[in-house]
Ligand binder design. Structure first.
Ligand code: ATP
Ligand code: MG
Length: 395
């Protein structure tokens, strides 16, 4: 069937009061950005409290829907047949044609739901429901009415300049439009969790940049490429990601050489946080984001998180997955398409310099004391780490 437009339904934007225009404009902008890759001519507009994508030329409905399903802020996507007002009889014929084409197998129950924003149409909404219901039953005797749980909810909306006919609502991502909530710096490793954390924070309307710490020659180019690939995959949702790749080898070696081995992971994580925080401030990000979840590993117990958290002085650290079970994280990563890449078995800098028996209840004062052993080298090493920053645009 040829659709003339896609009606975009959004959730929370509708409750934003005076800010509604700001959110709608951001949504329109994001939809335009996404559709620039799709063949066809698309006009995205706000009309009477609605966002529409009007489509012309040769285009593929599934491709448009697939693209719209990557736009945060969209709750439902409704492909719409649009007709002009030539009176009720004409409308009824068009509705019957719509039902016939949309549902070749007529063994279905249905309900008609009409709405008028233009009140001078010849029938009111109740009358239209009744008349159209009657006409459908007459034309397609296999169909039956079910007002409570219909298989097909047929909507007919008489608007100012046209009439919309639609019956399908396709689920979008939900969330808030990108660009409405500032920018975050994601600590992106090659694992399962951090790409999901990035996706989730971005879903609240937040742009993301990312930082990845690698440790050549202990970690390979393939491990780095995997992180680039993950950033590319999430960029389908989050928009372009500027990935900072930081050489962390010398800091890791220094920690390994000078600090107690059972504290390696915590101390390493704290320096990652410190470096990430500086890059975040330089990139005008308002927070850090990690894929940590309470209790998942030794470095993510409450006490470990307290120590890691304390490393950041200026920016808050958000952990969208903090209370998630691994299963649930895996489920999201499968849905957003990062899982297959995340499980590729390349080495990670955290797994190479790992202790056999890491502390699970570190005390901040003890950790800080251990870090004093680095005091004569760490400033120089941090400078070198910042200088190694390689920025890769992932999109
Ligand atoms: P993930 O699946 O995201 O790698 P994980 O369960 O392996 O998580 P850890 O290795 O303990 O957990 O890392 C916790 C968090 O610290 C990660 O989610 C990520 O945000 C950050 N992190 C860990 N290693 C790195 C790294 N090499 N570069 C950037 N961030 C990292
Ligand atoms: Mg990891």
């Amino acid at each position: 069937m040829k659709f003339h437009a896609f009606l975009i339904k959004y959730a929370e934007i509708a409750i934003k009061g005076n800010n509604r225009k700001y959110f709608e404009d951001a949504l329109v902008k994001q939809i335009r950005f996404h559709l620039r890759k799709v063949e066809g001519e698309f006009a995205v507009s706000k009309t009477q409290g609605r966002v529409y994508v009007e489509a012309a030329g040769d285009y593929d409905t599934d491709e448009v829907i697939e693209e719209l399903q990557h736009v945060f802020g969209i709750l439902w996507i409704c492909p719409v047949v649009r007709v002009e007002d030539h009176g009720f009889k004409d409308l009824s014929e068009k509705v019957l044609r719509f039902m016939d084409e949309a549902y070749p197998d007529k063994h279905l129950s249905f309900k008609v739901e009409c709405r008028r924003t233009r009140k001078n149409f010849e029938l009111n909404s109740q009358e239209m429901n009744a008349e159209l219901g009657h006409d459908i039953l007459e034309a397609f005797p296999e169909m039956r009415v079910d007002v409570h749980h219909p298989d097909v909810l047929l909507r007919v909306e008489v608007r100012e300049d046209f009439i919309n006919i639609y019956s399908k609502e396709i689920r979008g991502q939900g969330g808030m439009p990108l660009g409405t909530s500032g920018k975050a710096m994601l600590l992106l490793s090659g694992g399962i969790d951090s790409p999901v954390a990035g996706y989730m924070i971005s879903k609240r309307g937040v742009f993301i940049d990312a930082v990845y710490f690698h440790a050549p020659p202990y970690t390979s180019d393939r491990a780095k490429q995997k992180v680039v690939d993950l950033a590319r995959i999430i960029s389908r949702y989050t928009g372009p990601v500027r990935l900072h790749v930081i050489n962390f080898t010398d800091i890791q070696l220094a920690i390994y050489e000078k600090c107690p081995h059972d504290e390696l992971t915590i101390i390493m994580r704290r320096y990652m946080m410190k470096i990430a925080e500086k890059i975040a401030l330089d990139s005008e990000c308002e927070c850090l984001v990690t894929g940590e979840s309470i209790g998942q590993v030794a470095s993510q117990t409450m006490q470990s998180l307290l120590c890691t958290n304390a490393a950041c002085g200026s920016l808050p650290v958000y952990r969208p997955l903090i209370a998630f079970d691994k299963n649930d994280i895996v489920e999201i990563s499968e849905r957003i398409g990062t899982y297959e890449t995340s499980i590729l078995p390349y080495e990670d800098c955290c797994t190479i310099f790992v202790a056999k028996h890491p502390v699970t209840k570190p005390r901040l004062a003890v950790i800080e004391k251990s870090e004093e052993k680095l005091s004569d080298v760490i400033d120089g090493l941090m400078e070198e780490a910042f200088a190694s920053d390689e920025v890769i645009l992932c999109q």
